[in-house]
Design a protein around this ligand. Structure first.
Ligand code: F6P
Length: 341
């Protein structure tokens, strides 16, 4: 009987998950394994909710957004009896290994299961925020920034017609990579990210100067920025992260800009649009590569590892090291972007 690999996707979805699932399944089949798809992340491992996942199920998903397995933000360590249930599912479903596709939260659970219970887990990094340490890029990021840049350029078109200032709020919870890359690639006049509080005087000066020259100005802001004098929302999810959807950073910055500069200002929130749709070429290839590598690591018995992109190579790194801290925007990147403003 073929050994069985379970695959789950946890946390926020992002483009590239389906190519990665396909990569695991196709390579696992070549290596003589069969796969099952755990439904809705760690919730499915707690409930032993799995469906067969064969090559025919994944052949046509490389260009599809989302995840065919469903996802959730369930944390087994926060559920009564959650971890024993997950361990029981390994036995009940006769699993040789589990490949967990996720960000810091999903992979943090995988790292703990390996450390505390020697569970046969392999991690595959995904997040549109690109904030996972130990890997150069995560799939999902390229697609979401590509969508955000398109949105920014559309805002500039309408903004210029009306001689307005336009503020685009993008996702990015603890790290501002999405805001930074969008701002650079769309030629924004100011950008704001969680790594440093908004400097209101500087923002308004830059906006005024840009508007005087171009009759339009663009500000890109991450949903999680600190606006001096304003309190952050306290609502937390199961992993202890702030729920940011109601903070209204874009709207608040637009009001401040309009009041301070007297320039007519509008804002737009791109939100979950950034997380849907077909993955870009980069994310299809990266997703496929890390998925295939995960199946190889199962075959080699390299449990407790995550597949990382280092330069042009996909290599195993310890799950514990990969989840120890987040990758936030560095001073060098801030200087690089600031010099363009
Ligand atoms: O997965 C990361 C992320 O996209 C963050 O950028 C964002 O803050 C969060 O997910 C939104 O989560 P949800 O889809 O649960 O509202």
């Amino acid at each position: 009987m073929a050994k069985r690999i379970a695959i789950l996707t946890g946390g926020g979805d992002c483009p590239g998950l389906n190519p990665a699932i396909r990569g695991v399944v196709l390579k696992a089949a070549k290596l003589g394994y069969e796969c099952v798809g755990i439904q809705e992340g760690w919730k499915g491992m707690i409930l032993a909710d799995a469906k067969p996942l064969g090559c025919d199920d994944v052949r046509e998903i490389v260009g599809k957004g989302g995840t065919i397995l469903g996802t959730s933000r369930t944390n087994p360590y926060k559920k009564e009896g959650g971890v024993p249930a997950v361990l029981e599912t390994f036995k009940k479903l006769n699993l040789h290994a589990l490949v967990a596709l996720g960000g810091e939260d999903t992979l943090g659970v995988a790292a703990k299961l390996f450390k505390e219970h020697k569970a046969n887990v392999i991690g595959v990094p995904k997040t549109m925020d690109n904030d996972l340490n130990a890997t150069d890029y995560t799939f999902g990021f390229d697609t979401s920034v590509t969508i955000a840049v398109d949105a920014a350029e559309r805002l500039v078109d309408t903004g210029r017609s009306h001689r307005r200032v336009m503020v685009l709020e993008v996702m990015g919870r603890h790290a501002g990579w999405v805001s930074l890359y969008t701002a650079i690639a769309a030629g924004a006049d100011y950008y704001a990210l969680p790594e440093r509080p908004v400097d209101i005087a500087d923002m308004c000066a830059k906006v005024k100067a840009a508007h005087a020259k171009k009759k339009v100005a663009l500000v890109v802001a991450s949903e999680a920025v600190d606006i001096p004098g304003e309190k952050k929302d306290e609502k937390l999810d199961e992993f202890g992260h702030m729920i940011l959807k109601d903070r209204g950073v874009g709207e608040r910055l637009a009001k401040i800009i309009e009041t301070e500069t007297k320039l007519e200002t509008r804002h737009a929130v791109i939100g979950h649009i950034q997380r849907g749709g077909a993955p870009t070429l980069f994310d299809r290839i990266l997703g496929t590569r890390v998925g295939v590598k995960a199946a190889e690591l199962v075959h080699e018995g390299k449990f407790g590892h995550m597949v990382a992109l280092k330069g042009d190579a996909v290599v195993p790194v310890s799950l514990e090291a990969a989840t120890a801290q987040l990758k936030t925007v560095t001073k060098e990147w801030l200087k690089f972007a600031d010099d363009l403003l």
